[in-house]
Write a protein that binds this ligand. Structure first.
Ligand code: SAM
Ligand code: GLN
Length: 300
């Protein structure tokens, strides 16, 4: 049978196939992958349903479908993800930036903007711990054009991706990348001019999934995303304990620590911050689903 695979027909077929295989958003994924193969925006597909695919396009699309069925996240197949209106290169060495994390970025931008004053007369300096693709840090730098930042990730491979993203987003001159364990690489930088307590803010979306919950995650996350980006210890709070203990020494007196948290973790993290004696005031910010998603802890 010599049927012609048009854009419309192959999308319908793929949507059904993905549905059968239990893929969560079958139509969207079919469209995004086809757009990627054809190097077109999704909107192009809607107005070219009758256009036939070339043999090479068909072969490339089949390959993409095969990967998706193996539960490779769409972002890894196409090598990128939108976040805060910007495009981030992603690889299997980096967590795929999540929409939830935009809540942390927006909260940070709002507060840092106030601190930097009109027309950023007093540019801010902040750190992003566990930077992955650089999603948090590079977005804040994009939206605050005078700000500067340091980032840390334990993964050398993630650092390379974040550096590429910094270059592509044209903020490379304002960010320094460190590889190491949480705040250690920053604490050991005894910059004579800057002193230790040099950050207006320390931001982090650390691994926070309780060990026992990892098995219950979607296969895309559980099998394909780096475990070092997800596992937060027995109760998921290991990284918050360390950040709360170690960040005050690096924060300016009027600075803040802002972290993304998992479901049902916000109260515990806020309490931990206040009980440490280093933070006097906390804020909890909900995401669009009503889940407490971000904790901001102020030194004063
Ligand atoms: N900030 C990115 C985002 O929001 O999309 C990635 C967040 S991901 C949940 C956590 C990141 O922390 C991963 O990139 C992981 O490699 C990094 N990480 C894990 N343990 C670390 C450690 N001990 N020190 C520094 N980074 C660490
Ligand atoms: N939000 C991610 C997830 O639920 C987890 C990211 C993290 O541990 N910080 O898959």
């Amino acid at each position: 049978m010599n049927e012609i695979w048009t854009i419309g027909r192959i999308l319908k077929w793929t949507e059904n196939f993905f549905k059968e295989k239990g893929i969560e958003s079958p139509r969207l994924d079919a469209e995004v992958l086809l757009g990627h193969v054809l190097k077109k925006e999704r909107i192009y597909l809607y107005v070219h349903f009758d256009e036939p695919l070339q043999p090479q396009e068909l072969a490339d699309y089949r390959e993409a479908i095969k990967q998706r069925i193996r539960r490779v996240p769409v972002a890894y197949i196409i090598g990128k993800r939108e976040f805060m209106g910007l495009t981030f290169h992603v690889t299997e060495d980096t967590l795929v930036p999540r929409p939830d994390t935009e809540i942390l970025v927006q909260a940070a931008i709002e507060r840092l903007k106030k601190m930097s004053g009109a027309e950023e007369a007093h540019p801010v300096h902040f750190a992003d711990i566990g930077t992955g693709t650089g999603a948090i840090c590079l977005s804040v730098l994009h939206y605050l054009p005078q700000a500067t930042a340091d980032t840390v990730d334990i993964s050398e491979a993630a650092r390379k991706v974040a550096e590429e993203n910094a270059e592509a987003l044209d903020v490379k001159g304002r960010v320094t990348f460190y590889t190491g364990d949480l705040l250690a690489p920053l604490a050991s930088q005894d910059g004579a001019a800057s002193g230790k307590a040099r950050y207006d803010a320390i931001l982090s979306n650390p691994p926070y999934i309780p060990d026992a919950d990892i098995e219950g995650l979607a296969p895309e996350v559980r099998c394909k995303e780096p475990r070092t980006a997800l596992a937060g210890g027995a109760d998921g709070l290991d990284f918050y304990r360390r950040l709360v203990a170690d960040s005050p020494a690096l924060l300016k007196d009027d600075g803040f620590l802002a972290v993304e948290v998992g479901i049902h973790q916000a109260q515990a993290v806020a309490k931990m911050a206040v009980e440490s004696g280093s933070f006097v005031r906390t804020e909890i910010i909900k995401d669009y689903g009503g889940i407490e998603r971000v904790v901001v802890a102020w030194k004063k």
